[in-house]
Design a protein around this ligand. Structure first.
Ligand SMILES: Nc1ncnc2c1ncn2[C@@H]1O[C@H](COP(=O)(O)OP(=O)(O)OP(=O)(O)O)[C@@H](O)[C@H]1O
Ligand SMILES: [Mg+2]
Length: 220
């Protein structure tokens, strides 16, 4: 079993979308994938179409929960009830839950915090991906996320959401991009194109673009 967590303290930087793209890439290749939504907002559950209750919240309370089967993958979904325990969850609870499962890959989406359930997911993980949209407000939380992972002896790989700009193009300001290159340093691992096709693929309305599936396969 290989456990992949997608995390960043920054909100709205592309965590759930990237998580959904990883689930769809791996399950389309025939791997047995379990998606785990650790966010009380339920972003990954919405993108993948999960509806079942009981879900991760009930599993964390000690119930035996069979994940919801959606097409070729399974999911332990989330809903707002998870908010009651997400921020104070002890560090080994996600590892404990995953001991009940035998999938080849587990893909975990996290809420915009590095504490509680996000930390527990990181502790359980083999690979940690940190998506970061290139904007002034994203740099500081992304660096904090790298440091928080380092403190628990984990190395996160940062993926920029969008193309590297040539000049002030692609929706980024060149000087902000340069600040990212300086601040992220050796944690930089590549970029995921920002496109309507990526959004469509995340919700299963089209195939994952090869530019995205190739970078995902190279990192996990
Ligand atoms: N590769 C991409 N291409 C196009 N749009 C994207 C891409 N990644 C994310 N987005 C868009 O950016 C917005 C935020 O994405 P998403 O919900 O995945 O972020 P998040 O980090 O999970 O947010 P939160 O912290 O609230 O959980 C959404 O509108 C999503 O469709
Ligand atoms: Mg999300």
């Amino acid at each position: 079993m290989k456990i992949i967590t997608v995390t960043n303290q920054k909100g709205g930087c592309g965590k759930s979308t990237l998580s959904a793209l990883i689930v769809r890439t791996l399950s389309a290749e025939g791997y047995d994938v379990l998606a785990v939504d650790c966010d009380p907002q339920g972003g990954l559950s919405s993108l993948l179409g999960a509806k079942q209750k009981p879900n991760l919240y009930d599993a964390l309370l000690g119930d035996i929960v069979t994940p919801e089967q959606i097409g070729a993958f399974q999911i332990l979904g989330a809903d707002h009830r998870l908010d009651k325990i997400a921020y104070t969850l002890p560090p080994y609870e996600i590892e404990t839950i995953l001991k009940n499962h035998k999938n080849q890959f587990v893909v975990i989406d996290t809420p915009p915090t590095v504490q509680g359930i996000s930390r527990a997911a990181a502790i359980a993980s083999d690979v940690i991906l940190i998506p970061a949209d290139i904007s002034k407000t994203t740099l500081t939380p992304t660096i904090y996320t790298i440091e928080a992972l380092t403190a628990i002896k984990k190395a996160g790989k940062v993926l920029y959401i969008g193309k590297a700009p040539k000049a002030d193009s692609h929706g980024f300001i060149k000087s902000v991009y340069d600040e990212f290159q300086d601040g992220i340093g050796k944690s930089y691992a590549g970029f995921i194109p920002r496109s309507a096709n990526a959004q469509k693929a995340a919700i299963g309305q089209s195939k994952v673009p090869s530019a995205i599936s190739e970078i995902i396969r190279g990192l996990i």
